[in-house]
Ligand binder design. Sequence first.
Ligand code: NI
Length: 244
Amino acid sequence: GPSSSCGSLRPGSLPTAIDAGRGVGAIPAGSSQLPCCINAGVVLAGSFAQLARAAEQSRDTMLVPKTALDTPPLEIHTLGAEVLRQPARRIGKVTEQTRELARDMLRSMYTAKGIGLAAPQVGIHQQLLVIDLDLENAATPPLVLINPEISAASASIDTYEEGCLSIPGVYLDVVRPTAIELSFRDEMGRPRKMKADGLMARCIQHEMDHLNGVLFVDRVTDEAGLQKELKDHGFQRQHVQSVS
Ligand code: NI
């Protein structure tokens, strides 16, 4: 997740770390708030009534307390674990079991103070990920993405500092497209499309990498910084599989 994606936000780093001028999903300068989980304009098709119904439904089915548990239901594996490198399979039918897995992932993510988590991080190789950029607001439903596919990515790119619940403490710059469009199924199995930019786009791309066994450190180009951060946090360079 991140410090920006799957993991944890580096405390205090966010408001200045994001380009405030970016538009939808951007964080106002000086604000201490994370952007709302689902950016305005994110859902392409649908009236306000449809959006409200969708939010209501996900509130019913997905909302779990955004608090730390003494014993989270799932263990989050860390860099060096082979499970992080295995690709995830598409989910055929979205069932109550799928939703229970998503809820357990959310409980584990909230306990670890992360804003995103992908199923392979808990050793389950299904194309399922959960994101919540609004940890402070108990009523904001999280985003559940099943079988996500990016249909378009912007030519413009950004550099942004990421972190990951599977590589705790490590924060490094990664370059990615600024904005994306994707299709996916939601927690009720409904096909959805969405556009995202800012932190949401960053987070989705980071989590989707996990579904392919790719970790953000694989994308880091600052080799010296990478080696230092890994060493400082007890991880080994040999477990990084550079993609560039
Ligand atoms: Ni991650």
